[in-house]
Design a protein around this ligand. Sequence first.
Ligand code: ATP
Length: 587
Amino acid sequence: MLFADAAGYYERLEAVPSRLKMIDILAEMFRGLEPEEVAPAIYMTQGILLPPFEGREFGVAEKLVEEALALSTGHDKRAVEELYIRKGDMGLAAEELKRSTRLKGIVRNSYGIREIYSMMMKIAEAGGPGSKDQKIKMLANMISAASPLEAKFIARYPLGALRLGVGDSTILEALALAYTGSREAKPELERAYNTCSDLGLVGARLKKEGMRAITDFRITLFKPVRPALAERLATAEEIMERMGGEAAVEQKYDGFRIQIHKKGGEIRLYSRRLEDTTAMFPDIVDAVRRIRAESAIFEGEALAYNEETSEYLPFQETIQRKRKHGIAEKREELPLHLFAFDLLYLNGMDYLSEPYEKRRDALEALVMGSEVIEPTRRILTGSPKELERFFETSVSDGLEGIMVKDLKAPYVAGARKFSWIKLKRSYRGALTDTLDLVIVGFYSGRGSRAEFGFGGLLCAVYNRKRDMFETVSRIGTGFTEAQMTELHRKLERIKRGLKPARVDSVVEPRFWVAPKYVVTVNADEITRSPMHTCGRSTDKEGIGYALRFPRLYGDEAIRPDKGPEEATTTEEVIEMFRMQRKVGVKE
Ligand code: ATP
């Protein structure tokens, strides 16, 4: 497929207001691809070069794209920069600059998708002295030969987003439609995706080998599994009732999640967001090297731990280990301890569909004897009283709470299920648990805030079933000046003229933005409200859920570590509403 054709599809995608139409357009595009083009086209649509764990990033800043635009269109740098600031989007700037180009480029309109993709890969791979100029030249060459429409997407791609508003779930549905003729295959495709976190790979296998390859899809070393997530309930009774008998009650540690892959001496560590963090934690790598297993994939929570006093260090200490420089010194100062909580693969055997009990037994045997890695501490019980006691002890030991696990359940990759239920100390009493919300719009500042150009946010939760963002709150307080400035700068760049296709809202903000940034918020209470679409019954008059007295939560409230689909979900809000009624909002 020519890149010009792909750009045509992207242009249509950008303009459609409904998700179903988006799926049709994407499916039409996928149908037109050659087998070898499927993976590159999917990554491109996602706005990435490769999945996050491959660690291949563009390394291209806005300034660099501006220079490439100046070089390829003959406009001076200042004019390019001004246009970009005015448009708030490099793609629109590129399109306009190409229309008014001062140079006679050879508009060939004939680069294929794969050619563009491999040139982008070369740009990403260029490193070392002089690489900046090389990157500019390569990008400028591509833009010179492109039409204005192609240039729009070529300029956006290296900045990490095509701004199409297409989520993974939409791509999966379009793949099902394109290659199997119906949406029914989506759950199977999703399972494969959850097992390898690589949409390009799933799409390419489907196109080349058909549904068989997808149903047979298995866990693979060095392709991280999308993590299993926990539901929450408010009381020990409810949890035990839900478990329906004896369950494992594990301590819940507040550090960071690591997924470990080991094959002989080769070891890789992946974060909750599936980034390769091997280089950051040499102490964990050394400990894994000493484990007796030819190959294994397992998960745990790493935290700084004082062996002398048996004290767990708070998250603020542990987090200092997440760094790119000074790793060796911090390793000495804050050694990590890994509490292993699940086993997914061992010596060639896939454990994903095995029950928890069996995975746990194998996990305990695997890490036995290690000084740095130990299985999470736990009890087995069917009694709410005992559960409660274990919870209290864990909390007084300085931990966050507990994780209760269904003994019979498989590992459900990429999903939030009741086979894991968390109980945190913060659920007790008022709504002290925070929510992670996606920004979908913002308001301009008045009065003393005018100088920040920013007056508040319109925020949404993620409805997983509908793959839509449903509004739940307007937020006008809790911002520091630095946060206001940062938010304004970030949001200006992703402003949209119309409501983005995957946003469901009855409230109109001053400016819409693409669902991209996540913020942590807390509130006094969850209430029912006709103003918001979160959890609203499908009839248009329905009542949704909203937050009472919402505010941005703390200095770290802007969350670069969370993507929009990782925000709090509609189901969670409904559950929190239910819990709050049981517990009572005051303590
Ligand atoms: P989530 O990860 O569920 O989206 P979150 O980022 O807000 O939510 P929490 O709700 O605090 O995190 O809890 C889930 C996380 O707890 C897991 O992702 C994992 O990192 C951590 N964790 C700590 N102890 C355990 C344990 N024993 N079993 C499983 N996970 C644990």
